[in-house]
Design a protein around this ligand. Structure first.
Ligand code: TLP
Length: 362
């Protein structure tokens, strides 16, 4: 069994070197910087960001705050660090964080909410990863001294393991309003919030306006090599800067990275619909294969999660056979797999991956 977050196995690496044109659908994190990004990186004006003196980082943070309609933003090396800093800022040790049962903060962030913030997750299952206020309301702990108190509500949009599903804006806003009435902040893991915005046809500022903080990644569908941002109030971001430094995330002349990030932020969101169309097409074709189960109509962004139990093979066996044909797709568990479309995989490459899937699963 291999998770999508797992390092590449020998079979995959060997296959990659054998095939000049490997189709890598393991994640949108595998995208490489564009020529424009590489040029901008080479020419970036830099300074020491711990002193607040890197002009390119300052420009990126300013631009992110403006795009999200917030007071401030902070550049962090990874989405994981951004999420964990947000949890630390919003909570106190001994509290609970309400999140979806397959959320990234719970399943892929190394138990850091316990390790770093001293909190436990109150995991709530949601259909396709999407929670409703009625699910959350029931899990808020009563205000008595003898139970751990709820400190934070966290949502994920798009929901990764839910299959790139998108929160309808009114559902997310009802949760934010309900949580705020209960005195609770709400953090958004918006690693792929630009995909959500593209699917909804709305600006990110509009779909995230009620959240207290938002983390989003430059290094996924937006194709930057490194980096994420955390946006929120000035007070929140000032506190986040303290925790970023404490975690060793004060990166000095990281304007080199921010230069690529600015292109990712300002230029790349407009092409995400191509990835979504490719994912939907792959889902429709996959649904025709015997032994594979998925509802292609639910594929709204760039992630396709599908069940392979009916093929009589495990996801690891399928992964290996695909890798031999130059196609990389990982399993989530023995019965389920995830493929993610992105800028470095065009329609023709998706077609080649489908052909390999037909050979292996059909
Ligand atoms: N997701 C990765 C793996 O860790 C699973 C991927 O390949 O999809 N939030 C969400 C919703 C994410 O999907 C990820 C990365 C993160 C946070 C963390 O971002 P990084 O990898 O920059 O720490």
């Amino acid at each position: 069994m291999r998770s999508s977050a797992a390092p590449r196995g020998t079979a995959e690496v060997e296959a990659e070197s054998k095939h000049a044109a490997t189709v890598d659908l393991r994640s949108d994190t595998v995208t490489r910087p564009t020529p424009a990004m590489r040029r901008a990186m080479a020419e970036a004006e830099v300074g020491d960001d711990v002193y607040g003196e890197d002009p390119t980082i300052n420009r990126l943070e300013h631009s992110a705050a403006e795009i999200f309609g917030r007071e401030a933003a902070i550049f962090v090396p990874t989405g994981t660090m951004g999420n964990q800093i947000a949890i630390k800022c919003h909570t106190r040790p001994g509290q609970e964080v309400i999140c979806e049962a397959r959320s990234h903060i719970l399943d892929y962030e190394m138990a850091m909410m316990a390790h770093f913030s001293g909190c436990i997750a109150r995991a709530v299952p949601g259909e396709d990863g999407i929670l409703r206020w009625s699910d959350i309301k029931r899990k808020i702990r009563p205000k008595t001294y003898y139970v751990a108190q709820t400190g934070l509500v966290e949502l994920e949009n798009t929901h990764n393991m839910g299959g790139g599903t998108v929160y309808p804006t009114e559902v997310a806003e009802e949760i934010c309003d309900g949580a705020h009435d209960a005195g609770l902040p709400v953090h958004l893991d918006g690693a792929r919030v630009f995909n959500a915005a593209a699917a909804l046809g709305k600006p990110v500022a509009e779909i995230t306006r009620k959240f207290d903080s938002v983390m989003f990644c430059l290094s996924k569908g937006l194709a930057a090599p490194v980096g994420s941002l955390l946006v929120g109030s000035r007070k929140f971001v000032d506190q986040a800067r303290v925790y970023r430094k404490a975690l060793g995330g004060g990166m000095r002349q990281a304007g080199i990275l921010a230069a690529a990030g600015l292109i990712a932020l300002e230029e790349m969101p407009k092409r995400l619909h191509e990835d979504h169309a490719n994912a939907r097409w792959m889902a429709e074709e996959l649904a025709k294969l015997r032994g594979i189960k998925l509802d292609a109509k639910k594929v709204a962004t760039n992630i396709v999660v599908f069940n392979v139990a009916g093929t009589g093979k495990t996801s690891a066996e399928i992964s290996r056979a695909l890798a031999e044909r130059g196609v990389l797709i990982n399993g989530i568990d023995p019965e389920n797999m995830r493929l993610v479309t992105h800028m470095d995989v065009d329609r023709a490459a998706c077609g080649r991956a489908l052909e390999a899937l037909r050979q292996v699963c059909g």
